[in-house]
Ligand binder design. Structure first.
Ligand SMILES: [Zn+2]
Length: 521
């Protein structure tokens, strides 16, 4: 009923010109996988529809009636998904409505009106012309159990510190993404990360004129590089008043404070896996910063084990407030990731939780990671904004941000979750070495985590033996008289073994060395 209303007039382009068509397609039970399997570039997914880019000669792939052409000669930058949070919103002021599905609009933007649009009480997502990636199944991690190491980290979370960060970010007066004061906020966040001794911090510039993403990296002891967990939030802000005032205390100094506090309380700990702390910009313009990050992470083959994105976690409208945990229904890893975060909250924080999985787009930075197949959650005080100070100059401490305790408890839950996932590094590598000729072994995971290069430094190759054990101690594979082995997750019978934790153990010269590894699929 609410679909298939809008068709654009075809204006100029000669029929000989093979343009790229922007189309809407109804989704079946296979959802977008059906189209991805046919080589079609889906660039957005809604509850019942996919938005796709199709060259003219491929339109025949679709039988009549299940798709509609939204625009011909589609050009990136023109299209945004828009979800208004108030009923007075008048979309036609800001462009043409190409498609509507329930509360979601696909707008072809009038560029002159764009910055006025985003200051309204709306969520926006730019349609980047990059195809959505099918979700990968990330192996689930162990159940949450009480662990004193985790409790020790969570106990460091401090409400006064969180409040002071929110205050400082608010004091920039405007964190409008293209404003100097937003760049200054980015510098301040970088300096905070550096002061907590992270291994590296970098600015990631994503869109001309916008303040950069600020990315801090804490390298894992066993997996220093491309396998990591993300805690993130956007630090840019916006109001209907215009770019000069955008204090954004709840939206989203709250989530940013959570990220910075995570870096602070984990600073004296080491972990097996890497953690990345991220403050994104350009979110209010349509998820610019996070999309850029996730796109490059995907292209680089990064294995992201889970993304925890806090956006608006400092306002309560009821007592007790619950934190909503929002993931994507058709991403098979979001379900357990949400359960995992909720278990972390139950074990290490005092906050009620509410899990919600949806196939529709989620208007915050975790959506960018979902688009590239990564498991990613949004944590938000209320899904469906209830904060009356949303995108307003009164989004300040005491008004839009009225619940520092709540924000603190959400921080505890998220920090527990990332710490459990990253695995505190306590025992280290088991080694028994003779004093004269120490045996040493290095194990490098591939970018995907599905292959490991094991090399042994020994003078006793004749008696060397490299073995792979599972967690029950069973020998999965063994390689005698070898000092370099590439293990690609197969057992001695040549069969693929399941994803999970394994041990590489090597014997030589009467010595043994061992390392724990995580095989990903
Ligand atoms: Zn936000």
């Amino acid at each position: 009923m609410f679909k298939k209303i809008f068709y654009l007039c075809i204006l100029a382009v000669a029929s000989a010109y093979a343009g790229t068509y922007l189309i809407q397609v109804d989704l079946g039970p296979e959802r977008i996988n059906e189209f991805i399997d046919q080589g079609i570039d889906v660039i957005a997914e809604l509850e019942h529809s996919a938005i796709a880019l199709v060259p003219q000669d491929k339109l025949a792939t679709f039988s009549n009636g299940v798709y509609q052409i939204l625009d011909e000669n589609a050009i990136e930058g023109d299209y945004y998904l828009v979800r208004a949070t108030n009923e007075q919103f008048e979309p036609h002021i800001y462009g043409s409505v190409l498609f509507q599905e329930e509360q979601d609009l696909l707008l072809k933007i009038d560029p002159a009106m764009f910055e006025q649009l985003i200051g309204q009480q709306v969520h926006v997502k730019k349609l980047f012309f990059r195809p959505i990636v099918q979700s990968a199944i990330v192996p689930s991690i162990p159940q949450v159990r009480f662990d004193q190491n985790i409790q020790d980290i969570v106990d460091l979370v401090d409400p006064d510190t969180i409040l002071s960060i929110v205050q400082r970010l608010q004091d920039f007066k405007s964190r409008y993404s293209t404003y100097d004061s937003c760049f200054a906020a980015g510098n301040w966040i970088r300096d905070k990360f550096l002061s907590y001794g992270v291994d590296s911090v970098f600015f990631q510039y994503h869109t001309g004129g916008h303040a950069p993403n600020v990315i801090a990296v804490k390298r894992g002891v066993l997996y220093p590089d491309s396998i990591y967990t993300v805690i993130c939030g956007h630090y840019d802000a916006i109001t209907y008043y215009g770019p000069d005032i955008a204090p954004g205390a709840d939206d989203n100094a709250s989530g940013t404070a959570n990220v910075i506090e995570a870096a602070r309380v984990t600073k004296d700990y080491q972990f097996e896996f890497s953690i990345r702390y991220m403050a994104f910009s350009g979110e209010e313009f349509g998820l610019y910063g996070s999309e850029y990050y996730a796109y490059h992470a995907h292209n680089d083959g990064d294995s992201i084990r889970g993304v925890f994105n806090g956006d608006m976690i400092g306002y309560i409208d009821v007592q007790p407030e619950s934190i909503e945990v929002i993931g994507k229904l058709s991403n098979p890893s979001c379900d357990w990731l949400a359960d995992f975060l909720i278990a972390s909250a139950d074990t290490y924080a005092t906050v009620l939780t509410r899990k919600r999985l949806t196939n529709n787009w989620i208007p915050s930075d975790n959506q960018s990671f979902l688009d590239y197949g990564y498991p990613a959650l949004l944590e938000i005080e209320d899904y469906g904004v209830t904060n009356p100070h949303y995108h307003s100059p009164s989004d300040t401490i005491g008004a839009g941000y009225n619940a520092n305790d709540f924000c603190t408890e959400v921080s505890k839950a998220q920090i527990a979750a990332i710490s459990i996932m990253a695995v505190p590094y306590v025992t280290g590598i088991v080694e028994e070495r003779s004093e004269t000729v120490p045996l040493s072994m290095t194990v490098y995971p591939s970018i995907t985590g599905s292959q490991f290069t094991i090399s042994l430094n020994t003078h006793d190759l004749d008696n060397a033996l490299i073995m792979i054990h599972d967690v029950l101690g069973r020998t999965i594979a063994h390689y005698p008289k070898a000092d370099v082995v590439v293990w690609n997750g197969h057992n001695d019978q040549g069969k693929r073994v399941p994803a999970g934790v394994y041990f590489v153990r090597a014997h030589a010269g009467g010595q043994i060395v061992q390392e724990k590894i995580l095989l990903l699929r």
